[in-house]
Design a protein around this ligand. Structure first.
Ligand SMILES: Nc1ncnc2c1ncn2[C@@H]1O[C@H](COP(=O)(O)OP(=O)(O)O)[C@@H](O)[C@H]1O
Ligand SMILES: [Mg+2]
Length: 369
């Protein structure tokens, strides 16, 4: 017997809403039944970016963007159901991450804010919607992120082995799974977000550096790399999480202020920043991993993957594909699993990861009736 859940994920990159239809059995094991990725159109993306990076917007704009993003998620779900030939009543719930427009885990009081009206989505799809997964962890003193380590443990942990799972989204986050069931995890800094923002600034018609062509044309500027690595986030001890609030174009331009660096060298150096900061972060783990598995959109960046494999050698590097899970779908599947946890009243946070005072059941639910 299994239950169906739909996980919806759109991360810091704001590239697409990823929708995964999964079957989850009584033990919480998952099988991916169907998937659909609905790209976020440029106009919607620009509005999301504006609201994320500035304070020059009205409550009306926030409300209408909340609806627009919810409509986009709804379209992703309806297409997914059509592809899978599954009816709404065959799905227990949609687990919707929403789009983060603010993540301020260190402010007092701390908060995180995801939009994408769940009520409208429940009515439009005819499926209950579980949402707001990060808030309760924050309410009990956690960072509200990363939330995927519990899912990584459920899906990837290997007895007597120390392994690491690294998600290369807009931000990179690492999960360490120890040989005795230990779990640690934290954000390591930017994975794709600065790469995307820099190429878009140089070439406004591009939203990412496809196959790292732009970066490959440049050289690593060692002084600039060292300067970027001095960002205090990198040396901060875990628990820690970050976002566009810290790693954005304004910060990067400030770093470049008094330097004449060719734009392709900046792109290449940013690639090296991601690879180096991840490598440095792994050195802080209690035990070095036997193997490292990557997931997320950054696994499609051949230069980034090449540099990671070189810097992390002799550790074995691979993607989660070799563990049986397509690297593109790990995050959306993780949220589907968190939806299953909510339904079964199982805590979804890992206090050792987020810094929360105790485990809590994450999310809130809107019924479709
Ligand atoms: N062919 C590719 N070459 C280089 N980078 C890629 C490629 N395909 C995807 N990416 C990167 O992956 C990002 C999307 O990754 P994703 O895991 O969806 O991030 P998020 O969770 O933040 O949405 C894109 O913004 C882009 O930077
Ligand atoms: Mg994405």
């Amino acid at each position: 017997m299994f239950q169906r859940f739909i996980g919806l994920m759109s991360g810091t990159s704001m590239d697409a809403v990823d929708a995964a239809l999964v079957q989850i059995d009584a033990q919480g094991s998952l099988k991916l039944e169907a998937q659909h990725s609905l790209p976020i159109p440029p106009e919607l993306r620009t509005r999301l970016l504006t609201i994320s990076h500035t304070n020059a917007w009205s409550a009306d704009e926030l409300a209408s963007l909340d609806i627009a993003f919810s409509e986009h998620c709804t379209e992703a779900v309806l297409t997914l159901l059509r592809i899978a030939k599954v009816r709404p009543e065959e799905v227990v719930a949609i687990a919707s991450h929403g789009q983060t427009i603010r993540h301020k885990p260190n402010l007092v009081p701390s908060y995180t804010y995801q939009i994408g009206d769940p009520t409208r989505m429940a009515i439009r799809t005819g499926i209950d919607v579980i949402y707001d997964f990060r808030r309760k962890d924050i309410a009990v003193g956690g960072q509200g992120a990363p939330l995927v380590p519990a899912f990584h443990q459920q899906t990837f942990a290997r007895e007597k082995q120390s392994i690491v799972v690294i998600n290369l989204g807009g931000i990179a986050n690492v999960t360490w799974l120890g040989p005795k069931g230990q779990v640690l995890g934290f954000d390591t800094g930017p994975a794709n977000t600065l790469l995307d923002q820099w190429i878009h600034y140089c070439y406004p018609d591009k939203s990412f550096d496809e196959d790292a062509q732009f970066a490959r044309a440049g050289q690593v500027q060692t002084d600039l790399l060292e300067q970027l690595l001095r960002h205090p986030f990198f040396s901060k001890p875990a628990p820690k999480s970050t976002g566009r609030e810290e790693f954005n174009l304004d910060w990067l331009k400030l770093q470049l202020a008094d330097q004449e660096v060719p734009s392709e060298d900046v792109q290449r150096t940013l690639t090296e920043l991601t690879a180096t900061s991840i490598t440095d972060a792994l050195k802080t783990l209690p035990q070095q991993p036997d193997a490292i598995y990557f997931c997320g959109g950054g696994t499609n960046n051949p230069l980034l993957m090449e540099r990671l494999a070189q810097l992390l050698s002799p550790a074995k590097c691979d993607t989660t594909k070799s563990l049986g899970v397509d690297p593109q779908w790990v995050e959306a599947m993780a949220f589907a699993w968190l939806g299953w946890c909510y339904e079964h009243k199982k805590p979804g946070n890992q206090p050792a990861v987020t810094g929360a005072s105790h485990p809590v059941v994450l999310g809130a639910k809107v019924l479709h009736q």
